[in-house]
Design a protein around this ligand. Structure first.
Ligand SMILES: NC(=O)c1ccc[n+]([C@@H]2O[C@H](COP(=O)([O-])OP(=O)(O)OC[C@H]3O[C@@H](n4cnc5c(N)ncnc54)[C@H](O)[C@@H]3O)[C@@H](O)[C@H]2O)c1
Length: 342
């Protein structure tokens, strides 16, 4: 839905190849997006010397094995969120990345929303000490009615490769992986590393609501609200209270490609400002930034990665496991202490 168009439109990338186990899908989308080669065998694509980097947009449980194979083949990796599904596997992947000279970026695309980027710049350069961060990610009962109206028709095929079983059989796990991963990365992007969490989970009338108290390393207080599904419009946003100003953000459903409405209040001027962010194609912007990092390293002038790094990806998986354990036990959980699956 996102990456093929992002690569086709990207200023510094080209689609060398498309791979899907289902030949019909690979052929249809390879042709539609001008891929130079079309594969149904992942290892054959990894053996292709003209492929510099791979985008892994498969089921969550396939991310780490596919990323490790790509690194072993000498390819840079862009991996969809969540990075993985267990602490152990993402730590193994981190070891692989650290022992290579390859780039790995995780698909936390909100880091490339111009509104969220304006908040990040303010927090980093002007706001001073952070007192507190609150963020909420509340999927809507109307979500699919709304996204079906703007997305292309979803295609699949008889040979599409998916893990056995129903991915929504364990809805706690599914919602944390699919949705909670966005919320946790956003909190970390703006609030910095998370030390520990204490989570409560309530299920009523078919909805589930996690309220999570967060201790940031900085000492700031955090509160995260993950609710699926609210009986209202898509509801996502955040507030930050700082020493010299504050941030209020309304985040739109990503498939509208509309930059967040982020109001920044500066005590110094006594006024609010809001960036328009006309280019809200954060899926394309993140791929361009990924390629910029690779190209700058190839040129011997490395640039900082603005996207989510391997360390960010691992930290998000640890936070998701910690939220799940804390909701089960009723106790605070340190991210450093967790193990096992989300
Ligand atoms: N960042 C976002 O906003 C966002 C939005 C939606 C989905 N996602 C993520 O994108 C990922 C993919 O989601 P999806 O719903 O498109 O998955 P999907 O299962 O519908 O599609 C994945 C495709 O990959 C193919 N595939 C899997 N393993 C393969 C292999 N080894 N070789 C060749 N082909 C292989 C399958 O045949 C399938 O067609 C998930 O991790 C999801 O969390 C992110």
């Amino acid at each position: 839905m996102a990456h093929l168009e992002a690569v086709q439109k990207g200023r510094n990338v080209m689609l060398a190849a498309v791979c899907d186990r289902d030949e019909g899908l690979a052929d249809r989308f390879g042709r539609q997006y001008d891929a130079e080669r079309i594969h149904t065998d992942y290892d054959a694509m990894l053996a292709d010397g003209s492929v510099d980097a791979v985008i892994i947009a498969t089921a969550d449980t396939f991310h780490v094995p596919a990323a490790r194979r790509a690194l072993a083949a000498g390819k840079h990796v862009f991996c969809e969120k969540p990075l993985g599904v267990t602490v152990e596997e993402v730590e193994e992947l981190r070891a692989d990345v650290q022992s290579s000279d390859l780039v790995l970026q995780v698909g936390h695309m909100m880091r490339f929303d111009p509104g969220i980027q304006s908040a990040h710049a303010f927090v980093t350069d002007e706001m001073g000490e952070m007192l507190a961060l609150k963020a909420w990610y509340c999927d809507s009962t109307y979500r699919y009615i709304m996204t079906d109206a703007v997305q292309p028709v979803t295609r699949t095929g008889p040979d599409a490769l998916r893990p056995p079983g129903d991915r929504k059989a364990d809805l706690h796990r599914y919602n944390l992986l699919a949705h909670g991963s966005h919320l946790v990365d956003l909190a970390r992007y703006l609030g910095g590393p998370i030390r520990s969490v204490q989570a409560r989970l309530l299920e009523r009338h078919g909805a589930m609501c996690w309220f999570v108290d967060v201790d940031f390393d900085s000492g700031a207080l955090g509160h995260l609200d993950l609710t699926l599904q609210v009986r209202m419009d898509w509801h996502e946003g955040l507030q930050i209270y700082g020493q010299h100003g504050s941030v209020l953000a309304k985040i739109h459903n990503p498939w509208y490609y509309k930059s967040s409405e982020v109001d920044i209040f500066r005590e110094a001027t006594g006024s609010y400002s809001r960036v328009l962010g006309a280019d809200g194609h954060f899926y394309r912007r993140q791929i361009e930034a990924f390629a910029d990092v690779i190209r700058s390293e190839q040129a011997g002038t490395p640039t900082t990665m603005n996207g989510a790094s391997i360390d960010d990806g691992v930290a998000s998986v640890r936070a998701l496991v910690a939220i799940r354990r804390s909701a089960d036990s009723g106790k605070p959980v340190d991210l450093a202490d967790v193990s096992g699956p989300v």
